[in-house]
Design a protein around this ligand. Sequence first.
Ligand code: FES
Ligand code: MG
Length: 569
Amino acid sequence: MTLRSAQWYAGDHRNAYIHRAWMRRGGPADAFDRPQIAIANTASDLTPCNAHLTEVAQSVKNGIYEAGGIPLELPVVSLGETQVRPTAMLWRNMAAMATEEVLRANPVDGVVLLGGCDKTIPSLLMAAASVDLPAVVVPGGPMLTGTFRGVPLGCGTDVWRLSEEVRAGSLSNEQFIRSESAMIRSRGHCNTMGTASTMALVAEALGTVVPGVAGTPAPDSRLLEAAHRTGGLAVELVTADRRPGTFLTKASFHNAIVTLAAIGGSTNAVVHLLAIAGRLGVDLTLDDFDRIGSGVPVLVDLQPAGRFLMDDFHRAGGLLAVLREVRDLLDPDARTVTGRPLVDYLDDAPIWDPEVIRTRTSPLLDHGGIAVLRGNLAPRGALIKPAAASPHLLKHRGRAVVFDSVEDFHARVDDPDLDVDADSVLVLRGCGPKGYPGMPEVANMPLPKKLLERGVRDMVRVCDGRMSGTAYGTVVLHVAPEAAAGGPLALVRTGDVINLDVEARRIDVEVPDEEWAARTPNDATTAGYANPRRGWERLYVDHVLQADTGADLDFLLGSSGSQVSRDSH
Ligand code: FES
Ligand code: MG
């Protein structure tokens, strides 16, 4: 076969001379005849969850070299979920676009994708799908469990829980701050079933990770062994011409959705999977998540839906042990990056700790997944994760208390005079992809202090933003269209009655049709929408699609392949 990189390196003309001359680094004599494998590395000191990927990259390099390829480390845009303002999601599409373009522009034949923190694996997979070069993911893995006063700390989830305790007066602020040094025990991404853990496992279920690798803790030596093996596989992928477009099908997404439900995974996976599917031209819809996922039992007892953490999950058997329990629900035809079907890997995958990974006969919950709601508040859909919600609130009517922006919310939520009670429905708008911009994780609004003090721990909340995968509560989120895109959420007023009925899959406001049709958004509402003047934010606001299709940019849908029509000049 002729390698793609031969378009740069082969021949005795001036340009080939230039390409080769600058890349002579003491490699073997036939270096330019070998598969050139990029290692797209999201390691960064500002993405602490991924900082160790440089060590992982070294193992990948060794594996590539051993298999006869040439490893080429390629730092790509890295997004640290906890550091980046105003929200890492604003930059997911930028990272995907930059990675896609830089892979296409360079003489590479295949790529190993190193990610971990929430947006990194999604952006890498979006890029790989659009450039359609042979690609395989090594997830960086979760951190080890930290403990505080003898109790394990779930990274993310326990920050929410402890800070609510402070607000409720049951924990001192001093103790809260002392827990900070115990929260992040080691290298690696969040150890709850938040977005990072979810996306690593979902990437494996899609078939883009060597089966059995996702969920290996970041400091575990088995991660480096897996990285070494994956480097070798990347060279084979080039020879086999196994590109994402050749094996990622609707069946792969079916398996990803079953997995998302069985692990009780993050709602963020919905926007990420829709965006990846959009790059591949796979016809995946919001309703597929409800149709495929809602009947799947939750088998994994991890925070935020349950008790344990990722280190326990790995010890208990990991993803393959979960998938063996739901084997009958998986699509047997979906192949993985190894060329073999996912279901081929499930025969020898026992559960070692049935407290952490439940058997099919004693699930954590009978029904998992993500419910897709529609109604006059969300004509194109909204999500709720029933497993993270309070059962008594899944059918609820209450008066809306409306906030026009995150700032408006923070200014008023703890006001003792705020007219709110436990039955109220908190509504926060202006937090969609366009409105904020970037669709921040604010839908799990903190409850009013006066209600927390009275022992209220959950309320119905409705928002056009997202929520952290580590969060919990009866939260209706990803409302589409968002307020800033002309969605009816912009028309709700404080005092309107909102009716949530998860079983009927409805979210409606009870305003007479005639009055509803005559309403227009208030100035205070529209004043909160973003209107960036220049730069990425301008491009983003002008082109971002709504949450129901994955919040990608309209001009990034689909694939351009890896071909570049012109030589370098
Ligand atoms: Fe990076 Fe949670 S902040 S994975
Ligand atoms: Mg987050």
